[in-house]
Design a protein around this ligand. Structure first.
Ligand code: SIN
Length: 502
């Protein structure tokens, strides 16, 4: 990259810094808390700003505001809510560079990737603007007389959303946009590591016309905020993205108030390459899916199974590509792989590599902390070892473990031998095999000849211990709606009432 390119990246960094807001949004007001949490740049390991530590009383204020704002928001014409969502989308597009830079600063993903996430996040805003205009119900014939049943679709009520640090923008709009489209108000708790993207998006939502109280953003300690959200009878639903363990705890905490739940939890996605696959495509897509956000995604391939006939050829190509990936800080020219979010994450990745080697696996490239230090890890390819480790635990880092298989039956059994069932991937040019295997795999999502399938049209979600509920797509709005059945005793009937059924 030339000098102009380098200084443009530095200018973007400054733009991102300028978008840091150090106040939380409670009931339409920007407020301080009782103390502050430090937010770090994972690449430089420096503090980039502080977010308020809200008290339980401030969270209660936000919940009460969401409840008070609900009737008017739910009662607004769907087309008006759609227009506000569209305006929000336009403002996100307007500020896409700054939002991307801000996201890079707090998450560490390379600027180009972070900017791409803002575009991905905005897909949900635009998609659900359309869904707001299609909140159709049903007109149902009744077996009794000439009655008709009207199935009205209504918002579930004020909702809580808890989001993770790996997609500080997209996970927010994937929950908030369908909630707004349905007519729900939202109290959001973003991850403490990445609160600034959420606050910046909320500021744009207000600018777009979202009324005070409809959207509040809680920053601070989960131990203070989550109990208020889960126990409040005013909140009718919780949507959570995060680990399976935390998901279970939240579910239990929501049981007394019988909240509706959406749980997008952990994954250990299998990626299967059959002997008839397009090898170059399979390698390229594996890299694309695996190394997004330095491998810190629930949907990325956690274990790769390759047919023995093409095993060596696949490994050779994969190793060459992975070794060529450029590790760097987000605003460094050409950076493709950023740091891990924290040292705990780095240690887990290191542990997975060491356990693989201890169990007979080989490191083909990488395998160690990166020489630049801090939270950077070398992009790594592992050959063999104990594949049960990668079925049971998410690595959440830039490591691809590869294992050979011989038969379709064997690899389906391996793929399904995990408690998780979020994403899965298969590569084959044989349509019958594709359909057979896609049907047999226990996962909420199957990517066929693709390593990346995240977009607003795709119903995103898992089965088994990966959770339940779907986000995005035509199904995503259902999570925020309930059906009210209105039976109409009509008198415009054609002819006499029939005798009741016996
Ligand atoms: C995740 O893996 O946490 C979300 C990934 C996505 O939306 O693509």
């Amino acid at each position: 990259m030339d000098e102009a390119g380098v200084s443009k990246l530095q200018a973007l960094k400054v733009q991102g810094e300028g978008m840091i807001r150090e106040q939380a949004l409670v009931a339409g007001d920007w407020v301080d808390g009782q103390g502050r949490i430090e937010v770090e740049d994972p690449a430089e390991e420096t503090v980039i700003g502080h977010a308020p530590k809200l008290s339980a009383a401030q969270v209660e204020t936000a919940v009460k505001a969401a409840s008070d704002a609900f009737p008017a928001w739910a009662g607004m014409r769907e087309f008006e809510r759609a227009a506000i969502l569209r305006r929000w989308g336009e403002l996100i597009d307007r500020d896409i560079d700054g939002l991307g830079a801000l996201l890079s600063l707090e998450n560490g993903k390379p600027f180009a990737e972070a900017r791409g996430e803002i575009g991905y996040a905005n897909q949900f805003v635009k998609w659900f603007a359309g869904e707001a205009e299609r909140l159709n119900g049903a007109w149902i014939p009744s077996p009794t007389a000439h009655d008709r049943i009207l199935a009205m679709r209504q918002p579930v009520g004020p909702v809580a959303a808890i989001t993770p640090w790996n997609f500080p923008a997209a996970m927010i709009t994937r929950k908030v946009a369908p909630a707004f489209a349905a007519g729900c108000t939202v109290v959001l708790k973003p991850a403490s590591a990445t609160p600034f993207s959420a606050l910046a998006l909320a500021a744009l939502a207000l600018e777009a016309g979202v009324p005070p109280g409809v959207f509040s953003v809680m920053t601070g300690e989960s131990g203070v905020i989550a109990p208020v959200l889960t126990s409040s009878p005013l909140l009718r639903k919780l949507s959570f993205t995060g680990s399976t363990g935390v998901g279970r705890e939240l579910m239990a905490a929501c049981a007394p108030t019988l909240k509706r739940l959406s749980m997008e939890l952990g994954g250990a996605a299998p990626l299967i390459v059959f002997e008839d696959a397009d090898l170059e495509l399979a390698v390229a897509e594996t890299v694309k899916g695996k190394f997004r956000c330095a491998g810190q995604t629930c949907v990325c391939p956690n274990r790769v199974y390759v047919h023995v006939d093409i095993y060596d050829a696949f490994l050779e190509r994969l190793t060459a590509r992975v070794a060529a990936l450029k590790v760097g800080a987000p605003f460094e020219p050409g950076a493709e792989i950023g740091p891990l979010i924290d040292l705990k994450g780095l240690e887990k990745v290191e542990d997975h590599v060491q356990r693989t080697v201890a169990r007979g696996g080989r490191v083909l490239t990488g395998g160690e902390r990166h020489e630049r230090g801090g939270r950077f890890f070398q992009p790594t390819v592992l050959d063999g070892g104990d594949e049960t480790l990668f079925r049971d635990e998410e690595t959440f880092g830039p490591v691809v473990p590869v294992f050979p298989f011989r038969t379709e039956e064997e690899v389906i059994a391996l793929a399904n031998a995990s408690e998780f069932g979020l994403a899965s991937y298969l590569f084959s040019e044989n349509l019958n095999r594709v359909m057979r295997v896609a049907a047999a795999i226990e996962a909420g999502m199957v990517g066929v000849n693709v390593g990346l399938m995240s977009n607003a049209a795709n119903p995103f979600g898992g089965v088994k211990q990966s959770g339940f509920g779907r986000e995005g797509s035509i199904y995503g709005i259902e999570e925020y709606l309930q059906v009210k059945a209105v039976t109409l005793g009509l008198r415009w009937a054609m002819g006499p009432k029939p005798a009741p059924p016996v």
